[in-house]
Unconditional design. Structure first.
Length: 352
C-alpha cells in the first residue's frame, strides 16, 4: 500500500474524449487532476485554450502525455478509453503500476481474447471464457487489485452543464466504492455503490444495443409507444444475456441498467442512438462510422453478444435482428416487421 495520503495526491484520468473530459472536470472541482492525452499538440491546446472537444477545462487540470507520469503521481486513476484500445493502453500503463494503485474505469465495451490468427470475423461463437469486461482486462494486464467501474446515465454534455445526474461505482472492494463516492459526489451528482462489478459492467455494455434500436425507431418516425415497447423488451433481453455472462439481475434493474437504458434510448446526444437514427434514414454503417469523431460502442457489442447468444443458445431477438441489419442485408423496416411478429407470449419471465 502506498504511504502517501490520497487527499494530497492528484487524480489521474486517461482518455481525452467527451466522457473523460467531463469526469476530469468533475474531479477537478476539489482536486488536482493529471489528464493523459496522446499528443503534445492536444496537451498544448488544452494548456493554452483551457478547452477540449468543446469542454471548458478546469484550471486544476494538467494535461500530460506520459502514462508513467500519471502512475507515478496518482494512486487513483480513471481510465476512460474505447474498449478497442483498452488492452493496449493497459499494456503500456502496466509497467508503471503497483499493487497500491486503484483503477476505476469508465468504458462501456467488451474485449475478446482469441487464439493467434483468429478474429471476431473468423469465429462463429464466443463463450464467456473468451469475453472480457474492462475490469477483467485490468486484472489480466496489471498487478492492480483494487478495481472498479463507473456506470450509469452519464451523457457528457449534461454532466458538463452540471445538470442533475447519478452514477454507480461498482467494485468488489468497499474501499474503491467509498473513494469513488468521495471524489465524485456533489450537490448535482449522486453516486451509488454496488458490489456486483461484472453485473454493472455488463449493464453498461448491453444497454448500448437497445440505444441503437431506439435511434432506429426515431429515424423511422415512430413515437413513444414503440419506444416503451423496445425499452421494456430490452430490459428482459439484457437480463437474460447478462445472467448468462455472469451478472446479477439486480444490477440491470438499477441506475446502471434501466437508468442508463432509458437515458440513452431517449437521447439524441447518444452516439449509439445516432447510429440507429442514421441507419433508418438510409445511411450505411460504413458512412455513419466514418462521420463519427468517437466510438459508438454498441456496434462492436452487437457483434460480440450475437456470438455469445449463439454459443449459449439464448433467445435475444433484438440483438440478433440488429446484427442482421448492421452486418448482413436486412433493412430497418424489415427488422421491425420481424420483431413485431416475433412469438413472445410472456411479458416478464426472469423473476421465476
Amino acid at each position: 500500500m502506498s504511504s502517501r495520503n490520497l487527499s494530497d495526491q492528484p487524480i489521474g484520468v486517461i482518455g481525452a474524449g467527451n466522457f473523460g473530459s467531463a469526469i476530469a472536470n468533475m474531479l477537478a472541482r476539489e482536486r488536482q487532476v493529471l489528464f493523459y492525452v496522446r499528443s503534445e499538440q492536444i496537451a498544448r491546446h488544452i494548456l493554452e485554450q483551457r478547452e477540449n472537444r468543446g469542454h471548458a477545462m478546469h484550471p486544476n487540470i494538467t494535461p500530460v502525455t506520459s502514462l508513467e507520469e500519471v502512475a507515478r503521481h496518482c494512486e487513483v486513476i480513471f481510465p476512460i478509453v474505447p474498449s478497442s484500445h483498452f488492452r493496449s493502453m493497459m499494456q503500456q500503463l502496466s509497467p508503471h503500476l503497483h499493487p497500491y494503485h486503484m483503477l476505476i474505469h469508465g468504458t462501456k465495451g467488451l474485449d475478446i481474447k482469441l487464439p493467434p490468427g483468429e478474429s471476431i470475423e473468423s469465429v462463429n461463437k464466443l463463450s464467456r471464457e473468451q469475453v472480457r469486461t474492462m475490469s477483467e482486462v485490468i486484472r489480466e494486464e496489471s498487478v492492480v487489485v483494487r478495481v472498479g467501474c463507473l456506470a450509469g446515465p452519464n451523457l457528457s454534455k449534461e454532466l458538463a452543464a452540471q445538470h442533475p445526474a447519478a452514477t454507480v461505482i461498482a467494485s468488489h472492494f468497499n474501499e474503491v466504492i467509498s473513494v469513488g463516492i468521495k471524489m465524485l459526489r456533489s450537490e448535482n451528482f449522486q453516486v451509488y455503490g454496488n458490489n456486483d462489478l461484472i453485473g454493472v459492467e455488463l449493464a453498461g455494455v448491453l444497454k448500448n444495443i437497445f440505444a441503437i434500436a431506439s435511434g432506429a425507431l426515431s429515424g423511422m418516425g415512430y413515437g413513444e409507444n414503440a419506444r416503451g415497447l423496445l425499452i421494456s423488451r430490452g430490459v428482459v433481453e439484457m437480463i437474460h444475456v447478462g445472467r448468462a455472462l455472469g451478472g446479477n439481475v439486480k444490477a440491470f434493474l438499477g441506475v446502471a441498467g434501466i437508468g442508463d437504458l432509458v437515458t440513452t434510448s431517449n437521447s439524441t446526444l447518444s452516439r449509439n442512438f445516432q447510429v440507429g437514427y442514421k441507419l433508418a434514414q438510409g445511411q450505411t454503417l460504413r458512412e455513419i462510422l466514418a462521420g463519427m469523431d468517437e466510438v459508438a460502442e454498441g456496434v462492436n457489442t452487437i457483434r460480440i453478444i450475437k456470438k455469445c447468444t449463439d454459443h449459449y443458445k439464448l433467445r435475444a431477438p433484438i440483438t440478433n435482428t440488429l446484427h442482421r441489419v448492421l452486418f448482413e442485408d436486412l433493412t430497418i423496416r424489415e427488422a421491425l416487421s420481424y420483431l413485431m411478429r416475433y412469438p413472445l407470449n410472456v411479458d416478464i419471465d426472469f423473476l421465476d
